[in-house]
Design a protein. Structure first.
Length: 152
């Protein structure tokens, strides 16, 4: 269950958005600049999150993206189900197409309890908790110098 680059960017962008004033659209280019990620790639990710009902998307001069609901209701699991797809929770650690108790891979029985703990973590970790952790200064979101999201 290693996260794709798409999922990493999606989570980082949503954390950034959760640190911004509520109901204020944020431009894709501003998010991309703050996170030091490619703007065109991030735009596609944000559009998919909007299609998946996690974001509002506004066009025009005052356009941009903003969260549909406050960060206390959005979990990492909600985000990853959109970016990775529903099958990511069932995928085999070794990449086998069929891995179950009946057709187990060599690490299946040892992986199941670890996977359950990870899934529990994803379900209980809200966007709000992640945003507050970044805002506290204890954790960082990016390595950009001089940013509130990176080292000072």
């Amino acid at each position: 269950m290693i996260l794709s680059r798409t999922s990493q960017y999606a989570v980082q962008a949503l954390i950034y958005m959760a640190t911004q004033p509520a109901d204020t659209p944020v431009l894709n280019k501003d998010i991309a600049a703050k996170l030091n990620v490619p703007a065109p790639y991030l735009a596609k990710i944000l559009q998919n999150l909007a299609k998946g009902s996690l974001l509002y998307s506004f066009r025009g001069r005052l356009g941009g993206f903003c969260l549909r609901e406050d960060g206390t209701k959005m979990t990492l699991m909600d985000i990853l189900l959109l970016t990775e797809g529903p099958a990511f929770t069932q995928s085999c650690l070794l990449g086998l197409k069929k891995c179950s108790d009946e057709t187990a891979c060599p690490v299946h029985t040892r992986w199941i309890p670890v996977k359950e703990k990870i899934l529990g973590l994803l379900k209980e970790t809200t966007l709000d908790k992640l945003a507050k952790a970044v805002q506290s200064g204890k954790y960082r979101l990016t390595d950009l110098p001089g940013s509130m999201f990176g080292p000072q």
